[in-house]
Design a protein around this ligand. Structure first.
Ligand SMILES: C[S@@+](CC[C@H](N)C(=O)[O-])C[C@H]1O[C@@H](n2cnc3c(N)ncnc32)[C@H](O)[C@@H]1O
Ligand SMILES: [Zn+2]
Length: 299
């Protein structure tokens, strides 16, 4: 969007759904993430933002909300989400960058983001954007990949891995793929204006050997028992957190316009199939049910 913007892990045209999830032996991971999300989500609400929703794998878990913003940077992922979830008015599909969210300040009463922040080089910038779109008191359910997990600790002790899982700094193990220390993430959340009130340790049994040896339901039951231990000591590869937006800014704006200009923050004006900044920073199209903020229209 501008020269100083952090790099984006681009999923445009990727086979994430078929290559990573469908029939790829990850039923255990998928199921325990749903268990964790259910534990942390409120019963329902007005408007939830599902950020980096991808092809909408978990979006159906947000059924308690009147409106669901399905937001992702990849248009092809959003097309797949549309095909999966349907094009009814409850879902609003938005192609946009989390570093430049076009959602109005205080316009959501919950947000969910799983398996996304591990692609973000500038965590504080992303969290500030997310805090801004939430009404005060709104929960933000965040999943992140933890570097301080049992497998990484063992590998480090056995000298099979060079990076230290106890070091607070994120580790970029392949370009734009980061693992985070729980204490680092806790600090970033606090500094962005969130109070973390729950933390779950998820996916302890993410090992091919175990998944082959035990039925998936057994692993899910064991994971369900272990998840609450994350409140005190998460040593799992995945951590789910519930964070409350603190402070009284931005104002609650659940009834106001949904979109703001990603450049100046002014509410956008709807004009047929486009939305426009009154200060002429751009116009953006809604094409086949997807609001596209990746690029403004040329005139
Ligand atoms: C690993 S996939 C996870 C998708 C989904 N959350 C799930 O768990 O199935 C990561 C997603 O984050 C999206 N993403 C990465 N960086 C983004 C950014 N800066 N803004 C918006 N979406 C982003 C990608 O397009 C991709 O769909
Ligand atoms: Zn503007």
């Amino acid at each position: 969007m501008n020269e100083s913007s952090p790099p984006i892990c681009d999923y445009e045209g990727s086979g994430y759904r078929t290559d990573f999830w469908e029939n790829q032996g990850r039923d255990y991971e998928d199921l325990v993430e749903r268990v964790a999300l259910h534990r942390l989500l409120p019963e329902g609400g007005r408007r939830v933002a599902h950020l980096g929703a991808g092809f909408g794998r978990m979006t159906n878990e947000l059924s308690g909300f009147e409106q669901v913003i399905v937001l992702d940077y990849s248009r092809t992922m959003l097309r797949e989400a549309q095909a999966r979830l349907g094009a009814n008015g409850r879902y609003v599909y938005v192609a946009a960058d989390i570093y430049h969210l076009p959602l109005a300040d205080g316009s959501c009463d919950a947000a969910v983001m799983e398996r996304v922040i591990h692609h973000m080089a500038d965590v504080p910038a992303a969290l500030r954007q997310i805090r801004a779109i939430l009404a005060p008191g709104a929960p933000f359910i965040l999943e992140y990949a933890s570097k301080r997990n049992l497998k990484a600790i063992l590998r480090y002790v056995l000298r099979r891995q060079s990076w230290n899982p106890f070091d607070l700094q994120p580790v970029e193990f392949v370009p734009l793929n980061f693992d985070f220390h729980p204490a680092y993430m806790a600090r970033c959340l606090r500094e962005a204006g969130f109070r973390t009130e729950r933390r779950l340790a998820v996916s302890y049994f993410r090992l091919a050997l175990l998944k082959r040896a035990l039925p998936v339901q057994t692993l899910v039951t064991l994971d369900r028992w272990l998840q609450p231990t994350g409140q005190i000591a998460p040593f799992s590869p995945s951590v789910f957190t519930r964070n409350i937006a603190v402070g009284d800014t931005p104002p609650a704006a659940l009834n106001g316009p949904l979109f703001k200009c990603p450049h100046c923050g002014t509410p956008l004006l709807q004009d047929g199939e486009t939305v426009a900044c009154p200060h002429e920073h751009g116009r953006w199209a809604c094409r086949d049910g997807i609001y596209d903020f990746k690029e403004p229209l040329s005139s």
